[in-house]
Design a protein around this ligand. Structure first.
Ligand code: PLP
Ligand code: COI
Length: 342
């Protein structure tokens, strides 16, 4: 379908994030130790054995990034190289054959080119979703990685991920449950989202929150679908990279431009107690491709609300979001190599 013609760019007419797919997808398969040539086809059902490895043993991983329609009509994809690298790293972690850099880039760029008319104008974007999974039909292969794989690239015209737009988020601070197995935190695999589902639904039900901030053992980590940043005058604090959480490209982008905007960047482990001290007069925000930079208004700890600053999205969060979005939309120069015109 042609989303550009059927979905008016007005908030009330926008579909929920990810609920509409663009008309073309790309597909390649892996068998006999090599990747097939890829093809572009109308988005639609795929052939899959009920014994496919992914359905039983969760041999699956994905990526998520965006292409933007600029004022001059061109379409530009943001930090594709980093997302391809992260997908290859996820594949290594799950013992799956890695997609080849050149082929995956061609698949992504080919999809964008074919659905160019479906890329929404700002504040919308085209969300790219490469997906890799095991198709080997063998229900006994619980401890053997699949030797046959499918690689797809889908796209979806998207707007806000959080339904409230720029409304400050209410976040439950979870110190018991973990988001996923600690060695897989930096891997973008479906099982991690399945593992986070129970604690997230429980917190939504009990405390009426939007999201959960996972802080196992009292150390602040990340939320179910975004990284976590503390921000104040001239200072950003976020957890240092380790295997326990996803190394966000949005996080990396913000930290790279922060010094020239006058922020000192501190990456280290910090505790829930330190975070609560910070938010008395500082800001907190979630960063991610889908979340962009979303301000936190309140942290719930054991059911008790702790307002973040005055409870509104703070000026530093707004400024950093504006800088990020301007680079993505081409109205502010971005570092060399971050954007590719399609
Ligand atoms: N953490 C998790 C668990 C995510 O799902 C995402 C979204 O991709 C992020 C962090 C942010 O990563 P990125 O900025 O690369 O989108
Ligand atoms: C992203 O920001 O790309 C994500 O992966 C969020 C997604 C789980 C909707």
């Amino acid at each position: 379908m042609n989303a550009q013609t059927q979905i008016p760019n007005q908030p009330q007419a926008r579909p929920a994030f990810g609920s509409v797919l663009a008309s073309t997808m790309a597909m390649a398969t892996y068998a006999g130790g090599r990747w097939s040539a890829h093809e572009f086809k109308p988005v639609g059902p795929i052939p899959l054995s009920p014994a496919a490895h992914v359905l039983h043993y969760a041999s699956t991983l994905f990526e998520g990034f965006k292409a933007y329609r600029w004022d001059d009509g061109s379409v530009n994809v943001f930090r594709m190289d980093r997302h391809i690298q992260r997908m290859q790293q996820s594949a290594r972690a799950l013992a799956l054959a890695e997609p080849e850099t050149g082929q995956l880039a061609e698949m992504v760029l080919g999809v964008i080119d074919r659905v160019r008319e479906e890329v929404p104008e700002a504040p919308g974007a085209l969300y790219l979703r490469p997906l890799l999974f095991g198709t080997t039909p063998n229900i006994g292969a619980a401890a053997t990685p699949p030797s046959e794989l499918m690689l797809l690239v889908m796209a979806s015209p998207v707007w806000d991920y959080f339904a409230g737009g720029m409304k400050p988020l209410k976040i439950h601070v979870e110190t018991q449950a973990t988001r996923c197995a600690s060695h897989l935190g930096m891997v973008k695999t479906g099982g991690n989202y399945a593992a986070a589902m129970g604690p997230t639904l429980a917190a939504k039900r009990e405390y009426g929150v939007d999201q959960v901030l996972f802080c196992p053992g009292g150390e602040v980590q990340e939320t179910g679908a975004a990284n976590f940043l503390l921000i104040r005058d001239g200072h950003i604090l976020t957890r240092s990279l380790d295997a326990t959480f996803l190394h966000g490209v949005t996080r990396d982008s913000l930290l790279k431009v922060a010094p020239e905007l006058g922020y000192r960047v501190e990456e280290r482990v910090f505790t829930v107690a330190e975070m609560l001290e910070w938010v008395r007069d500082g800001e907190a925000a979630l960063s991610g491709t889908a979340a962009v930079l979303a301000g936190v208004g309140s942290l719930m700890v054991e059911g008790r609300p702790h307002p973040v600053g005055n409870g509104e999205v703070g000026p530093h969060t707004r400024r950093l979001r504006e800088v990020l979005v301007s680079m993505q939309q081409g109205t502010r120069p971005a570092p060399e190599g971050w954007l590719k015109r399609v």
